[in-house]
Ligand binder design. Structure first.
Ligand SMILES: NC(=O)c1ccc[n+]([C@@H]2O[C@H](COP(=O)([O-])OP(=O)(O)OC[C@H]3O[C@@H](n4cnc5c(N)ncnc54)[C@H](O)[C@@H]3O)[C@@H](O)[C@H]2O)c1
Length: 256
């Protein structure tokens, strides 16, 4: 719990749209003060308004996870104001379609910088105060494309998301005795701007068609990831660390 509010604090990266936005709503409903961070200011501020309208507590903080200085500054500000951050949801990510024949060092590095190093940037500065308190929950969003599938023309994305799983495992062990738990989620096909992009992913028609080979018969909704994030943050998951939970409507176990 924080020093200046009775509510626990959650910091969400990429909280303006999609899974991040739904996660903000879920945590607000559960009584957290939600720090919505994103490069999308308009969308992030709109989430804060929605949460407040629903009776919750939230604030928007601009953050590009590519900036170490900005991540350090934001975490320092939150730590000063609240004592420590109770939960970090490292969610910000991009998934651009680039065949290996067109891959550049810049594109590869951009994806890793956001999807993997971006997580480290917000988590690292939060650890001293979490350790001092002996508590904390960290949840990183990977993907089925990192844990099981190979995604053609998204090799950089699959690689970064596989890296997220290693990050979760290593950090979980390093922090286990500090009372800080580190877990992750590997979402399947979830209805967000990322999935609905014609250019980079399935697009709207492809997303609906995906339902045909998903055992539960449909793609997932962002709220269905948010609820599992909230579970991983909660004391119900108090003996779990280092795990990446697949939330995919049965896709991985059912496709044979
Ligand atoms: N939608 C899916 O089917 C799916 C499946 C598996 C994993 N994921 C993962 O879930 C997470 C959320 O994705 P989503 O589907 O909600 O996508 P989305 O495109 O709707 O949201 C991504 C969010 O990340 C933010 N972001 C991008 N670059 C950023 C940066 N440099 N700094 C800060 N924020 C940045 C965006 O502004 C946006 O708010 C991502 O890590 C994504 O890879 C999504």
């Amino acid at each position: 719990m924080s020093a200046s509010t009775s509510k626990p604090i959650v910091l969400i990266t990429g909280g303006g749209i999609g899974i991040g936005r739904s996660t903000g709503h879920a945590f607000a409903k559960a009584g957290y003060h939600v720090v919505v961070s994103d490069v999308l200011e308009h969308e992030g501020k709109a989430v804060v308004v929605e949460i407040e309208k629903a009776g919750g507590s939230a604030e928007f903080q601009p953050l590009n996870v590519r900036s170490t200085a900005d991540a350090d500054r934001l975490v320092a500000d939150l730590t000063t104001r609240f004592g420590a951050i109770d939960c970090i949801v490292a969610n910000a990510g991009i998934a651009h379609k680039v065949p290996m024949s067109d891959m550049t060092d810049e594109k590869w590095d951009e994806t890793f910088d956001i999807d993997l190093k971006g997580m480290m940037r917000v988590i690292r500065p939060a650890l001293p105060s979490m350790k001092a308190r002996g508590a904390g929950a960290i949840i990183c969003i990977s993907s089925i494309m990192g844990i099981a599938y190979g995604w053609d023309e998204h090799v950089h994305y699959s690689s970064a998301k596989a890296g997220v799983i290693g990050f979760i495992r290593g950090l979980a062990v390093e922090l286990a005795k500090s009372g800080i738990r580190v877990n992750g989620i590997a979402p399947g096909y979830i209805r967000t701007a990322q999935l609905l992009s014609e250019k980079h992913s399935l697009g709207p028609a492809g997303a609906e068609k995906a339902g045909e080979f998903i055992p539960m018969g449909r793609i997932g909704e962002p709220e269905e990831i948010a609820d599992v994030v909230l579970f991983l943050a909660s004391s119900a998951a108090r003996y779990m660390t280092g795990q990446t939970v697949v939330v995919d409507g049965g896709l991985l176990v059912g496709r044979y």
